[in-house]
Design a protein. Structure first.
Length: 403
């Protein structure tokens, strides 16, 4: 098939030419090969590790790798070997972390990657290797897919049938150009997977399994969801909110199944907000930040637009009240903890639940919500907001047809 628009984009070409792909074997079997992209300062011992969905390969997070590594973060994206059980995956991933010489990790997982991140955190909960989770369109119970009985047969199913199962969750109606480009790119990556690779991933995705809340609720968690329709139902999202009642909720107005590709600027901001609270600590994923720097320092955020890094002089995120019990955002705001000159509690990174913060336009761009604490809030000006979103991303009249 012809290369997708994202594969031919200057940004992706820059990524492939500047970030080395590595193949790593950490198991006794030589056919279990991890694919790794590791960008950013190697001195960082608590990096962000990205875990892809069923259809993804390690390079699907190229927009996050380029943006965050340019800002001093160490970002590692991985592609899985063929593992048929959750126990086997967790043991292999633990060996990979040991091989890379990492002390602790922040995990960013999408769909299946989000579930694997939770299960790994559960498996090493007594060692506290996983310091935080960022989960995008993720789930906590595989039985929602209703393929539990068929999972044991995936290994003998032909590749075209397995791909049909995966592509059944892709929208069939017209979507905006960014979502369409992300779909084309992911179909291209899906086609690159062999039958055994895809069967193993689907087996992990559909074998009966769930996350033990007693072993994961202590973690700092951000949940990234989209408002438009994706492969996961609202009930699945609500189950995640219930599992992590203290999680920060980062909602994106639209983005489909792959917002880290179609709405990368917004996802990258949410990632930075999650990680910036650790700047200057031993859990920092970023190099060169003084331990005496405030948690929300004045260094700019940034995104790649058209292959070039654009600095963002915005505040962090915004918080606003919604009709659900979880707050949702209508504007970006800078959150400044009050009365914390000498100390800082990570619970202060979110506006207090129930507090109504909106901007003059009242548009719903993205959100970050979560636990209590006193916080001083300053609404970002319209000019600063325009630095975060392009006009196309802010257009509320854009037609998005959902399946």
């Amino acid at each position: 098939m012809a290369a997708s628009a994202l594969s031919k984009s200057p940004e992706y070409q820059s990524f492939r030419s500047s970030v080395q792909q590595k193949k790593v074997v950490v198991d006794k079997s030589d056919d279990k090969v991890w694919t790794i992209y590791d960008a950013g300062p190697r001195s960082v011992r608590c990096p962000l590790i990205c875990l892809p969905p069923v259809s993804g390969t390690a390079d699907i997070f190229f927009k996050q790798i380029l943006t965050l590594s340019t800002l001093g973060y160490r970002v590692i994206s991985v592609g899985y070997p063929i593992y048929w059980s959750m126990e086997e995956f967790c043991q292999g991933f633990r060996r990979l972390i040991d091989h890379l010489g990492l002390d602790k990790v922040h995990l960013f997982g999408a769909s299946l990657g989000g579930f694997l991140a939770q299960k790994f955190a559960e498996s090493v909960s007594e060692y506290l290797i996983v310091h935080s989770l960022i989960l995008c369109n993720a789930f906590c119970d595989t039985t929602v897919f209703q393929y539990t009985d068929a999972a044991s047969m995936f290994w003998v199913m032909p590749s075209f049938l397995l791909k049909r199962l995966v592509m059944g969750s892709f929208p069939r109606r017209e979507v905006d150009s960014e979502i369409a480009d992300s779909l084309d790119f992911m179909v291209e990556k899906l086609d690159s997977l062999g039958q055994q690779e895809l069967a193993a991933r689907l087996t992990l995705n559909c074998n009966s399994s769930y996350v033990d809340p007693a072993k994961t609720r202590h973690l700092d968690v951000t949940l990234i969801d989209v408002f438009d329709e994706c492969a996961l139902s609202q009930g699945v999202k609500e189950a995640m909110y219930k599992l992590y009642p203290d999680a920060k909720l980062a909602h994106i107005k639209s983005g489909g199944n792959f917002p880290y590709l179609s709405r990368s600027a917004e996802v990258n901001v949410h990632l930075q907000v999650h990680l910036r609270k650790y700047n200057g600590t031993k859990y920092s994923a970023r190099e060169g930040v003084s331990p005496t720097s405030p948690p929300f320092d004045s260094s700019p955020l940034g995104v790649f637009e058209g292959g070039e890094l654009q600095e963002l002089d915005s505040g962090d995120m915004a918080d606003a009240q919604d009709d659900r019990p979880h707050n949702q955002v209508d504007a970006f705001v800078r959150v400044r903890p009050t009365g914390t000159e000498d100390s800082y509690d990570s619970s202060d990174t979110a506006v207090e639940a129930g507090q109504d913060v909106t901007n003059a336009q009242g548009d719903s761009s993205g959100v970050l919500t979560g636990g209590g604490g006193d916080a001083g809030v300053a609404v970002v000006s319209e000019e600063e907001e325009q630095d975060i979103f392009t006009p196309e991303e802010k257009d509320e009249d854009a037609d998005i047809f959902l399946p």
